[in-house]
Ligand binder design. Structure first.
Ligand SMILES: [Zn+2]
Length: 176
């Protein structure tokens, strides 16, 4: 049984069976992980308030069959996400991260970028895509080949120009 202490950014929270929760968290040391919060749905869970989407948390984890949270201490929502606009942009960024980031592999470059952006609220979808290997400036629209891309499809991991993106399913589309 291994124990780890690491900072993490909460990407998604899901209710499991019985009273447990699973948290999709990007950690500094271990990369993106799916961690279990035993009893996380109980009203008096002391861990749950810290494990909210886009919180920056300090986690103590044990690894048996899977990672389980034994302690979580959160600094709450970062100041950079105080405005509704910054929060809305950050939630789009979370969708991009969840679609593209592999699990279990530390990525210092994306971690550093996200932590810096937490202070200023300046996460940019184009920057995140570039760090994850999808550079918009080198891309062409998957439909028409146009070089002026305006959107990225989360399902197919492909770029679209403004005209073609408007005809594609909007729930899979993030705009640059
Ligand atoms: Zn096009």
């Amino acid at each position: 049984m291994n124990e780890y202490v690491t900072e993490g950014i909460v990407l998604h929270v899901r209710n499991d069976r019985e009273s447990d929760r699973s948290v999709d968290v990007l950690t500094r040391r271990l990369g993106r992980l799916d961690v279990k919060v035993t009893g996380g749905r109980k009203p008096l869970s002391k861990l749950s308030p810290h494990l909210d989407v886009l919180n920056l948390v300090r986690l103590r984890l044990i690894e048996k069959n899977r990672f389980t949270v034994v302690d979580a201490l959160g600094a709450g929502k970062p100041a950079g996400l105080a405005s509704p606009e910054a929060m809305a942009r950050a939630l789009v960024a979370v969708n991009v991260l969840r679609a593209l980031l592999p699990k279990g592999a530390p990525d210092p470059e994306i971690w550093h970028y996200l932590i810096q952006g937490f202070r200023s609220g300046s996460w940019r979808i184009g920057d995140i895509l570039r760090i994850l290997g999808y550079a918009p400036e080198e891309a062409a629209c998957v439909q028409c080949g146009g070089r002026n891309v305006a959107a990225f499809g989360l399902r197919g991991h492909e770029f679209f120009c403004a005209r073609c993106s408007a005809k594609a399913p909007q729930n899979e589309m993030v705009y640059l």
